[in-house]
Ligand binder design. Sequence first.
Ligand code: NAP
Length: 286
Amino acid sequence: MSAHIIEGKKISEEIRGELIQEVTALKEKNVIPGLAVILVGEDPASKVYVGSKEKTCGQLGIYSEVHRLDENTSEMDLLALIDRLNEQSSINGILVQLPLPKHINEKAVIDAINIDKDVDGFHPQSVGNLTIGDNSLLPCTPAGVIELIKRSGVDIAGKHAVVIGRSNIVGKPVAMLLLRENATVTICHSRTTNMEVIAKQADILVVAIGKAKAIDSRFVKPGAIVIDVGVNRLENGKLAGDVDFDDCINSASYITPVPGGVGPMTITMLMKNTITAAKRANGIEV
Ligand code: NAP
């Protein structure tokens, strides 16, 4: 039987509808959530991402300002801007678009963001809070993965989740969030042996490796929920996930497509984080 396709675009729109209501309710309390996005340089993909973030803020009624800085901006100037935004009360979230030019130390920049405004969830203290179960803003793509699973009506508790990939921005935080939802979690990576056997034990299989169609039905237990985080550009210009969708659709019970699965959730969860940060800054219950 063919899997149920998890429509990330539709779920993302559903959440955006809820967020518009939250922003409207906040405005009645004279609170307008604000997001500052910093873009250094001219990376074409980064420019597109920043543009989408700005547009989505507008659609949801979130105040946004984009700081477009020259490629040669010094680390000191960038840190000074972050300091200012840390103090600026109209700004609840600060996002520095990565990657940064090579002369800037990415870690120093992330570390400089006030964790109450860390809407990307990459600050070491946010990561620590996530790990020990304290309140923190959650990294957007991993939070989107959990939201997609939950909104598909799947109960995560007690399931065996296998995460393929252990990056700091996707694999590790997805694993921590699944653990927090009471899944039993296994993490695989490039040095894992017998990955096919391990993956095939998964009730929930999350793949984030950055290799087009690397995971086919040999890795999928019949009836598994398959979440594909990968975004890869094929030679023909089309996008493909890390999962061979056509090969897995008859083994999985639920599966995300690429594009239109996890992708649309990332900006939506960024908006959610900005609203959460605004609520916390104003002593409003989240
Ligand atoms: P990354 O930093 O390159 O990490 C890839 C991870 O996959 C590493 O942990 C690596 O293992 C592991 N890996 C690579 N090849 C493998 C293999 N053949 N078998 C098992 N594990 C393997 O990538 P990332 O930043 O996590 O991104 C992963 C994918 O998600 C990319 O396609 C990226 O474009 C996509 N992505 C999408 C979104 C979104 O939709 N919004 C957001 C972020 C990322 P080692 O640690 O051993 O090297």
